[in-house]
Design a protein around this ligand. Sequence first.
Ligand code: AMP
Ligand code: GLY
Length: 417
Amino acid sequence: MKVAVLGSGGREHAIVWKLSQSQRIKELFCLPGNPGIKQLAKCVPLPLHDHQSLIHWAKKEAISLTVVGPEDPLSNGIVDSFLAAGLQIYGPNQKAAQLESSKTFAKQIMKIYGVPTAKSASFTELGPALRYVKENGAPIVIKADGLAAGKGVTVATSVVEAETSLRASLEKNRFGKAGSTVLIEEFLDGEEMTILSFVSGPDYLTMVPSQDHKPVFDGDQGPNTGGMGAYSPVPHLEKWLSEIEKMIVDPMVKGLQKENIYFQGILYTGLMITKEGPKVVEFNVRFGDPEAQVILPRLQNDLLEILEASTGGNLSSIKLKWKQDACVCVIMASGGYPVEYKTGFPISGLKPGVDDLVFHAGTEIFGTKLVTNGGRVLNVSSLGGSLAQARTQVYERLQSIHFENLHYRTDIASKAL
Ligand code: AMP
Ligand code: GLY
């Protein structure tokens, strides 16, 4: 088989790494990929927004299955375009992808099917939004309705901060169309956890849990990022798993069926475990980044078989098998990320071929050198017999990787330890 993965970050590197172990794949491609992915797959520099070029290429190469990594192509309807052209593709169609691309839409579905989540209201006008914030007080959460590359959420600790965020979205157009509707949400106090599920119509398989670390600094301080590290399993929150499946994943999968929304892909459930139990913070419609970088190393099954069973409507024939090992991933970021940072610094200390679980996120080749090319540069994962062991190994490995002005959190997985 020839298989193509769409995307260019650490998540896609992890997907390509896992697929590269499948005996049935003759040739693996990644569009556009990155220098790390290039060691495992042929990288093809095609833009993901140009569906017709992608389809033309996939037909010419006789690609049997295309796997979509990031949310943007999904919300732009890449799956609809491929299916209409008679090509197999893994991921939800545009209608189903609204679970991520419109927070208001996701809230509506949750409301209809009684899925526990924060109380919220949607606004398109500044006046009523400001009044709602004044009535409800802080802390309060302001969210751009649409996709904003992980930057659309403000957890406001004061009414003034909430107002500033509302004005940025509704008055100054900070997020363009994505922020022309805002969701104002009750602040949920607790600990976060991610549950990913493979979903195919009425069938679903829930993966082992993981926990992301969004704020940029140790102790969950500083602005939110796309994720500074993750680990799996999450032993201290495991007691909630059956309730999450029963109260959240199952009603969502059934609800989507009832709404005539065909969901085929990954359902990402972002949760807050509050004093009152688990509540949904957000849904995404693809693997988490960096959650994939700790989940896929633990997966024993051939990923291709799961994806094929899913597109073939045969997911219930699969039983997921997991390594007992724990996995910890630490993001090596450019100092200053997620606000302002410089790129183009040479990276040293990598051992291609030996560094199995060092995933590239923001790197490029400049001349003959590997240099930094983004906020999140490398995602260093390690598997170990326990979380403590995996964590020690990952921090040891980080010591010998260098680039100028690098930053990473030193407390990944410490909540579980
Ligand atoms: P989201 O993009 O909706 O996942 O939000 C990004 C991050 O903001 C989450 O991972 C949480 O850390 C935080 N957050 C979002 N919604 C809430 C909420 N209602 N209460 C507390 N924190 C939240
Ligand atoms: N880890 C957060 C996300 O993938 O959206």
